[in-house]
Design a protein around this ligand. Structure first.
Ligand SMILES: [Zn+2]
Ligand SMILES: [Zn+2]
Length: 441
């Protein structure tokens, strides 16, 4: 490789950095064709053109530079930043993905010892954290589809590589979701296949822990998914349709409040069984989970998800009650307290939910009434200050005057009326438990 000195740029290389910020891909392409441009040239801070493109969020420029042989793992920056770090800091998910696919190392650290994922978390780019922490290159899995060493057969039948890769790159670690993904693929949903898969995941877990640059996050994820696979095997041994039984067990709630005890226990047990007890991540997880009584917050699922995907503070996002999928939007039309991806998820959960739907509905209505009462009191007080003569305390007329920005429709009388009306739908729902209704919010 040519020795490249920091800050010794040719005029064309200077032009290239300029064009990356403001110009077109064509212009950059023309410059890259020049013999006076080295694709991995370094500016005075040790930044390559690829780092500039990543930092500025220029996806097409990144792709162009990579096609021209840009070194994705160049580590000459004065503070030890890599192109992946710049991508993650910029918050651009596509660029982060492109860097990973181009072979960016995730465990390289900058001059203060932070990885790209840690830097992204620090500046609040949580989507990029999730992408980095859950990236697992397909080639690494394909390695197991060829016989290695003295093995006569590959450890993983090639046909299983795709469905398994889909599961290990998921960012939704909900046990029900994982069992659903297995259940929907006939290739996976049988004992022999699951046996092979979980053993491969255990090998990957071991590799993650024993390699020089340890990856505890990926190791924990592999171990956890492996545990869910082993649960599936246990249930499959008992006969047909047993994965449905496992899903039901995972969703079954305790009578008092519907909390899924078995699910919580399974996740806790998987974490506890992590074979490398010296791992910092394991100790962190145990410290967060052990003092929590089963049924209280935080759940083992949320602690594990946070540790593995880096997602924190699930504000403004709704998660499916059944499978934990992000962005669910269908509410139970009766209680309005639980949310699902779709009817399949709602139907799957109905056997457990129907037992507490009514009491959740009561809680919901109470909350709505209280909210409406508070709101009307607030508004009346507001009006009193302005014009005390015009207030009619009996009438919650103030509601009609609420402006868009201070009114969440669910806090208003409108929401209350809606929930009372839906009480009519309750009876028919109870009669027909197989077809729960939904309302879109
Ligand atoms: Zn769902
Ligand atoms: Zn309900």
């Amino acid at each position: 490789m040519v020795h490249i000195k920091k800050g010794e740029l040719t005029q064309e290389e200077k032009d290239l950095l300029e064009v990356i910020g403001k110009g077109t891909v064509q212009e950059a392409g023309t410059l890259l064709a020049s013999k006076n441009v080295h694709v991995n040239c370094l500016d005075e801070n040790g930044m390559t053109p690829l780092m500039h493109a990543a930092y500025k969020g220029k996806l097409d420029m990144c792709k162009l530079l990579l096609r021209h042989g840009a070194d994705v793992n160049c580590h000459q920056h004065e503070h030890g930043y890599t192109a992946l770090m710049f991508a993650a800091l910029s918050g651009n998910k596509d660029i982060t993905w492109v860097m990973l696919e181009a072979g960016a190392e995730t465990d390289v650290v900058n001059s203060v010892g932070r990885t790209a994922a840690q830097m992204a978390a620090f500046v609040g780019q949580h989507d990029c954290v999730t992408i980095i922490n859950n990236f697992f290159p397909r080639e690494k899995l394909d390695y197991y589809t060829k016989p290695q060493g003295l093995d006569k057969e590959p450890r993983l039948p090639p046909k299983l590589a795709s469905p398994l890769h889909k599961i290990i790159t998921t960012t939704n670690l909900h046990p029900v979701k994982i069992v659903m993904l297995i259940n929907e693929n006939p290739l996976l949903a049988e004992e022999a296949a699951l046996n092979k898969c979980y053993k491969v995941m255990d090998l990957i877990c071991e590799k993650c822990m024993k390699q020089r640059d340890m990856n505890e996050v990926l190791a924990m994820k592999m171990h956890y998914i492996s545990c869910i696979f082993q649960k599936c095997i246990n249930f499959l041994k008992d006969g047909e349709n047993k994965l449905d039984t496992l899903i039901k067990s995972l969703l079954k709630g305790r009578p008092s409040d519907g909390f899924p005890i078995y699910q919580e226990k399974i996740i806790r047990e998987s974490i506890r069984k992590f074979p490398y007890c010296e791992a910092t991540l394991l100790q962190q997880l145990v410290r967060s989970i052990a003092p929590v009584e089963i049924g209280s917050d935080p759940t083992a699922f949320s602690v594990l998800t946070q540790a593995i995907t880096g997602q924190v503070g699930f504000v403004d996002v709704e998660f499916c009650t059944t499978c934990g999928e992000k962005g669910a939007s269908k509410r139970c039309s009766v209680c309005k307290m639980v949310i699902y991806c779709d009817q399949t998820c709602q139907k799957t959960h109905w056997f457990a939910h129907k037992k507490i739907c009514k009491s959740l509905k009561d809680i919901y209505e109470k909350q709505q009434l209280e909210a409406a009462k508070e709101k009307s009191e607030e508004d009346n007080n507001g009006k009193l200050n302005v014009n005390s003569n015009c207030v009619n305390e009996e009438q919650p007329e103030a509601e009609t005057g609420i402006s868009q920005e201070d009114c969440n429709p669910k806090d208003s009388v409108e929401g209350e009326r809606e929930s009372l009306q839906s009480g009519a739908g309750l009876e028919c729902l109870q009669d027909a438990p197989a077809g729960p209704q939904q309302s879109e919010e």
